[in-house]
Design a protein. Structure first.
Length: 85
């Protein structure tokens, strides 16, 4: 039995392999770098942010008695401009 490769079969094989490699190389586009909730701890306290809804809880008292919750949309509506304009 004689096997021959023509140009059309070779091109289809290479394109199929390239498509398969590209399909496996894409990463899941989940938001954030690690999950839905992000925590930041600083000198002035702790904030836990829900990156999907914009809700947060914040504690500026390290004795765990001052937890407050809010969301960025409401905070933006009632806050003043920091630029002084």
């Amino acid at each position: 039995m004689k096997n021959q490769l023509d140009f059309k079969s070779l091109a289809i094989g290479f394109l199929s392999a390239a498509l398969l490699i590209m399909g496996f190389s894409f990463k899941d586009s989940s938001p954030g770098q690690g999950g839905r909730f992000q925590t930041e701890v600083g000198v002035n306290g702790v904030i836990v942010l829900d990156t999907e809804s914009g809700a947060y809880i914040i504690n500026t008292n390290m004795a765990n008695v001052g937890w407050r919750k809010g969301d960025f949309e409401t905070t933006h509506k009632v806050s003043k401009d920091n630029l002084g304009k």
